[in-house]
Each structure stands twice: as structure tokens, then as C-alpha cells.
Design a protein around this ligand. Structure first.
Ligand code: NAI
Length: 511
């Protein structure tokens, strides 16, 4: 039976901390009477007073009217005890992240609210199934996972435990939408959607740092060039290495120590040393200064070539051809084009500049039987803005001349080449392939739909595209190539390919 919740339905919020105060604000702004309670005496009233101040500041900036603020505040009533939540039709819990505390709270609430009231938890990492264990009506407990800061972040993961009634999940989904949020359904599994799919964004950079493949500045620049608002190093510094390490560890443990999620020694050492990031004044960067800017590299003009051919059939090869045509125009000639080849890149006389397919420059060099080879990172957008940072690596057999010519050619294409160690999948291709792989596994396991994964990553952590959107601009076979190369290089479970990707690739091959 479908459940409809309206503005007149009272919303109870337990826990008046960062999240609870935000949830109370959003519910009140949507027109609901809100009852706010906290275990600490006076905390709910303090939270309301603080909210009043921040809303007044928005009135001063002309973003809200004084009347709207007064109406919002009038709808929020701090209550002294849980018993005060009796009229609530929905109770959202945002107390400490501890299973026993949450279980105990909901068991108490069952004796207070009406039998048809919905119980929602804002837990970010605890199993919704486990929180419901011991309730008389476990089917009415659902996850309602907001993101911080609640009034600004659009995403809500509506998390169903094993016993959650689908009508209850649907009602919370609709309620979130009525509050101006973008809800997505998720099945209760470690990390839900966002905290699970995001793991490789940190893990791949930490793995590259561990093998000293590049500096934090270079890795951050390469991933910001893909469109991520913050590079992984500056983001981990912002989140706090203690918090980020704890989330990784909890996902790792909750997956029975699946090596795919193994935490990083690099981060462990930072936590042990108290280098927690912004909050301790030092992480990968020093604060308040923050990210150190890379020096602007000056590349010499590429030497005159006798023959230049762009290889490849897709939009990236088209873009390379267009950029080269522009670069060579002043000399009065342009590149040749070959579409019937297995590589995407540029042949410059006896040298090759190839886009990564997972193989290292050393492997390409061997396969092509050529010394002067360099690989560059996947262009996640075929037409990057001028000055876009891009990782590249040169074959160990390359001549001294090619070591300066390879970046010179990339610079001539309008890119900002950044040298990294010769690793499979370099930086962007490797990271995005792993994000896609993790999302594919989540879909395979029924955690969420591809659309939900895309929406969750864009709205929960501001990714420039969703994993399945990246996949649409790449190909299952291409992603698998990169993952295979990583797996062959490192061995172990981290780079095992999602069965979903294999099946999707096979289905395409049949068409
Ligand atoms: P917080 O520490 O700011 O607030 C928690 C509040 O709950 C405190 O005011 C505390 O006095 C109160 N409290 C503790 N035990 C209580 C109990 N048994 N009954 C009533 N009140 C109690 O914590 P925050 O950051 O607001 O987190 C709350 C919940 O939201 C946690 O489960 C957390 O994992 C989750 N969450 C937090 C996010 C974040 O970025 N801070 C994001 C998404 C979820």
C-alpha cells in the first residue's frame, strides 16, 4: 500500500549536530512542522538559534526574505525528550555513528511514535539491516542518507535493508524529492553507493604515491584536468586522513577483507604521524597555503618532422588530427590519417606518441619494436581546453632527443604534459576505469541502477560525470583493456574485472 507524506506531517529529528540541524532546516523549509531533540540538554535550542543566525545572514544577502526565515524557524520546535516526538509521522535519526546507540534509539522510538510512523536513519556507514534487527516492525526502518552540508547537497541515498518495506522506501524517496533533493534508491551494502564507488578515486592515487610514480601536485593536476573539482590529495586533506582512512577501513572490513578495498600504507602513516590534512595544518600539503602550484613548464618547439600520421578512428583521433592540423598550418602542411590501426595516437617519423590502452610505454616499445615511444593519458574529453594537464611516460629505451620531443609535441597540441613513471593506465585512465569497474560491480550486485550511480556520484561528490556516462564515451572493451593491464602488472584482487563489464562487452560484441 503506497504511503503519502504531506507538508502537514510532522517530522522528528533526533540529534541536533551538523547533520540533524541541516535536516531540520530542510524539512522546515519544505513546510513541515519539525520536532528537534538531542541527548545533550539545550543542544536542540542552540542548533535552532544557530540556524536563525545563518538564515538571517542569507536575508542580509538578499537570498531569503525575512518572512520566509521567520516561517521556517516557527516550524522548528526543540523538544526536551524523545517522548516529545510522539506526533511525528517520520523520524530521522542523526546521532553518533554507533550501531548500539542507533539500535537502542529506534527501539525506544517504537514505543513512542504511532505504529504507521516511518523511522529513518542518516547513517553513512552502518548496515540498515543491522540497525533494524531487534525492532518490532523492522520493515518501517529505512536509510535516508544526506550529504554535508545538507541544505546545499542535492543527493539523498534512500537505503533499503533486508526487511525494509518497499512502500516505506518509496515514501522516503518521494519525501526527499519534495524537499528539493535528488533521491536515489540503494540496497544496504558497505558504503552504499557514493562511499563505495568513490574508493578508487583515493586508492589509485595512493597506490601511485606508494610506488613514487608522481607527486601529489601532479596527480591532483591530472585529475582536476578530467573535471574533478578537487584532486584526490587535496580532497583527502580536506576530508581529513583519519576520516578517509576510517571509511576505507570500514568498507574493507565489511567486505570480509576483500583486497579490492585494501587501505593504503601511505595514508596509514600519515594518520599515525598526525598529518591529518587541513585540520592539523599538514597533510599532502601545508595549510593555510594549500596546494602548491606546479611550475609552468616551457617546452621547446617540436623538431621538424618528415612524416606525421594520426592513427585511430574515433573522436579522440579526430581531435588529435584537428589540433595537429592547426599546429602544422604555419609550416604549410598537415598530418596524414590512418584509421585502420589498433592504436590511437601519432606517428612522427620513427617515433610513436600513443594514448594509453593500459600498456606501459615499455610494453608499447616492445610490441612496436621501436625505441622512441611515449604514452599519454586518456583524454576523457576528446576536445580538452587549451593547457589541460595530461600525464605521459616515455619508454625506458627512448633516445634523449625523444624525451624532450614527446612532451614538446603534446604541448604543441595545446596540452600541458606532466611526466609520470611508466605505469599501466597512467593516472586518469586508471582512475576512471576503476571508478567504472566499482560502479559496474555495484549494479551487478543490485545495489543501485546505472542512472542512480551516475546521479549519486555527480550530486554526492560533485564528479564531473557519472561512471556510466564515462563508459558511454569510452567502451566496455577499452575499460577492460586498462583493467587487464593493471591486473597483469600488479596481480592481486584489486583490478579484477566486474562480471557486469564482461557481460556488457560480450553483449556488444554479439551485435
Ligand atoms: P554531530 O556530532 O555533529 O552530531 C551528533 C549529535 O547527536 C550531537 O549533538 C549529539 O549530542 C547527539 N547525540 C548523540 N547521541 C545521541 C542520542 N543517543 N540521542 C540523541 N542525541 C544524541 O554528528 P553529525 O556529523 O551530525 O553526524 C550524525 C550522523 O550523521 C552520524 O550517523 C553520521 O555518520 C551521519 N552523517 C554524517 C555526515 C557528515 O558529513 N558529518 C554525512 C552523512 C551522514
Amino acid at each position: 500500500m503506497s504511503i503519502t507524506l504531506g507538508k502537514s506531517d510532522t517530522v522528528g529529528v533526533v540529534g541536533a549536530g551538523i547533520m540533524g540541524a541541516g535536516i531540520a532546516q530542510v524539512a522546515a523549509q519544505a513546510g513541515h512542522p519539525v520536532l528537534l531533540v538531542d541527548a545533550r540538554d539545550g543542544a536542540a535550542a542552540e542548533a535552532k538559534a544557530k540556524l536563525g543566525k545563518s538564515l538571517d545572514a542569507l536575508v542580509a544577502k538578499g537570498r531569503l526574505t525575512a518572512e520566509a526565515v521567520a516561517a521556517t524557524l516557527a516550524r522548528i520546535t526543540p523538544v526536551a525528550t524523545l517522548a516529545g516526538l510522539a506526533p511525528a509521522r517520520v523520524v530521522v535519526e542523526a546521532i553518533v555513528e554507533k550501531l548500539d546507540a542507533k539500535r537502542g534509539l529506534f527501539q525506544q522510538l517504537e514505543g513512542i511514535v504511532a505504529p504507521e510512523a516511518i523511522l529513518a536513519t542518516n547513517t553513512s556507514s552502518i548496515s540498515v539491516t543491522a540497525i533494524a534487527n531487534g525492532l518490532k516492525q523492522p520493515q518501517r526502518l529505512v536509510g535516508m542518507h544526506f550529504f554535508n552540508p545538507v541544505p546545499l547537497m542535492k543527493l539523498v541515498e534512500v537505503v533499503s535493508g533486508l526487511q525494509t518495506d518497499s512502500d516505506v522506501a518509496a515514501a522516503i524517496f518521494d519525501l526527499s524529492a519534495a524537499w528539493g533533493k535528488v533521491p536515489v534508491h540503494a540496497r544496504s551494502t558497505p558504503g552504499f553507493i557514493v562511499n563505495r564507488i568513490a574508493r578508487p578515486y583515493y586508492a589509485e592515487t595512493l597506490a601511485l604515491l606508494q610506488e613514487r610514480a608522481a607527486t601529489p601536485e601532479v596527480l591532483d593536476a591530472c585529475l582536476k584536468a578530467v573535471g574533478f573539482r578537487m584532486g584526490p590529495c587535496e580532497l583527502m586533506d580536506l576530508i581529513g586522513h583519519d576520516t578517509n582512512f576510517a571509511v576505507t577501513t570500514s568498507v574493507y572490513e565489511a567486505n570480509f577483507y576483500d583486497k579490492r578495498y585494501v587501505p593504503s600504507l601511505v595514508q596509514r602513516e600519515m594518520v599515525d604521524g598526525g598529518l591529518l590534512g587541513r585540520k592539523s595544518g599538514q597533510g599532502f600539503y601545508r595549510y593555510p597555503e594549500g596546494v602548491t602550484q606546479l611550475p609552468v613548464a616551457v617546452h621547446e618547439a617540436p623538431a621538424t618532422a618528415r612524416e606525421i600520421t594520426v592513427h585511430g578512428a574515433g573522436p579522440i583521433a579526430d581531435a588529435l588530427e584537428a589540433a595537429l592540423t592547426t599546429a602544422l598550418a604555419p609550416q604549410g602542411w598537415g598530418p596524414e590519417r590512418r584509421r585502420d590501426t589498433s592504436l590511437t595516437g601519432i606517428a612522427i617519423d620513427g617515433a610513436r606518441l600513443v594514448m594509453t590502452d593500459g600498456r606501459t610505454a615499455a610494453e608499447w616499445s616492445q610490441d612496436l619494436q621501436m625505441a622512441d615511444v611515449a604514452v599519454f593519458d586518456r583524454l576523457m574529453s576528446p576536445t580538452p581546453a587549451p593547457g589541460t594537464a595530461l600525464a605521459y611516460a616515455v619508454s625506458p629505451r627512448a633516445s634523449a632527443a625523444w624525451r624532450t620531443q614527446a612532451p614538446a609535441w603534446l604541448a604543441a597540441l595545446g596540452l600541458a604534459p606532466l611526466a609520470v613513471a611508466d605505469t599501466p593506465g597512467l593516472v586518469a585512465a586508471r582512475t576512471v576505469a576503476m571508478l567504472i569497474n566499482e560502479a559496474a560491480d555495484a549494479v551487478q550486485q543490485g545495489v543501485c541502477s546505472p542512472d542512480a550511480a551516475d546521479a549519486a556520484m555527480k550530486l554526492g561528490v560533485n564528479y564531473p560525470a557519472g561512471p556510466f556516462e564515462w563508459l558511454a564515451g569510452w567502451s566496455e572493451a577499452g575499460v577492460i583493456e586498462v583493467l587487464k593491464a593493471l591486473d597483469a602488472h600488479y596481480r592481486g584482487e584489486r583490478y579484477r574485472i566486474s562480471p557486469w563489464l564482461r557481460q556488457a562487452a560480450a553483449a556488444k560484441a554479439l551485435r
